[in-house]
Write a protein that binds this ligand. Structure first.
Ligand SMILES: Nc1ncnc2c1ncn2[C@@H]1O[C@H](COP(=O)(O)OP(=O)(O)O)[C@@H](O)[C@H]1O
Ligand SMILES: [Mg+2]
Length: 233
């Protein structure tokens, strides 16, 4: 579903030395798989995710979504792909001053689904994510963790084939975090959703089918003992 082939990206700011954010990253995520990329702050996680979503174009290498190389897409085509094929959850999300369910429905509204149908589709997702009691609560009056779950429901709406999520549980306590990740993992196993989640939380990485580590832009397979060490430390 998602294939990264030797992908690199450096940021160039003014006349300064380029910052290598991702260097020669390769991986493949199949349908039905939940893959986590675990790495400290500044290791290139958000860059890797934006490359996977076509929000950034690699300097080298290829990004294939569902077999198609997305680096050649125009910004408009990439935006279309994100709307119709992906669930994308950015690290910083802002909710609108509207009921939680309307916030969650927005992606489907962008696809020209009616409000009624959109709300009918996102309601079960919100309920599964533990937001069933707060469907009508204004986004401004939700906690950060509740907002995060609304945005996860939005990303998952419309049955995307691929979910890309940047620190999806950063505002959740560990119990809630486990629940939400469990819902995502179950959706992968039930519906064939492929998910790539990036996180600096080793606790979150435990639930994945496969874990990569990102260090200074370099992606490697994670040995189980590395996570154990991180969890203890
Ligand atoms: N827009 C940008 N311009 C210049 N440098 C950036 C930009 N975004 C990120 N970087 C740098 O690239 C590296 C990787 O950043 P990022 O992908 O955000 O890592 P993470 O998400 O793991 O914290 C860091 O050194 C960061 O400072
Ligand atoms: Mg980040």
């Amino acid at each position: 579903m998602l294939k990264l082939e030797d992908v690199s990206l450096s940021y160039r700011v003014g006349g300064e030395e380029p910052v290598v954010a991702v260097e020669g990253a390769s991986t493949e995520i199949e349908s039905g798989e939940l893959v986590m990329v675990y790495g400290p702050s500044g290791s290139g996680k958000s860059t890797l995710l934006q490359l996977s979503a076509g929000l950034l174009a690699p300097d080298n290498g290829r990004v294939l979504v569902n077999g198609r190389d997305i680096s050649g897409l125009s910004p408009r085509e990439a935006a279309r792909m994100r709307l119709h094929e992906l669930g994308f959850l950015a690290a910083f999300t802002s909710v609108l001053p509207a009921p939680a369910i309307e916030n969650a429905a927005l992606k489907l509204i962008g696809r020209r689904v009616s409000w009624k149908q959109a709300e009918d589709q996102v309601r079960p997702l919100l309920e599964r994510l533990g937001m069933g009691e707060k469907l009508d609560r204004d986004g401004r009056h939700l906690s950060m963790g509740e907002r995060q779950r609304v945005m996860i429901a939005r990303a998952l709406s419309g049955k995307p084939k691929l979910l890309l999520a940047d620190e999806p549980t950063s505002n959740l306590d560990s119990r809630r975090s486990k629940e939400v990740l469990g819902v995502i993992r179950d959706l992968c196993h039930e519906t064939g959703l492929a998910a790539l989640l990036v996180t600096h939380d080793p606790q979150a990485a435990v639930i994945a089918d496969r874990v990569h580590v990102l260090r200074d832009g370099q992606l490697t397979d994670c040995e189980p003992h590395e996570l154990t060490v991180a969890l203890e430390g």
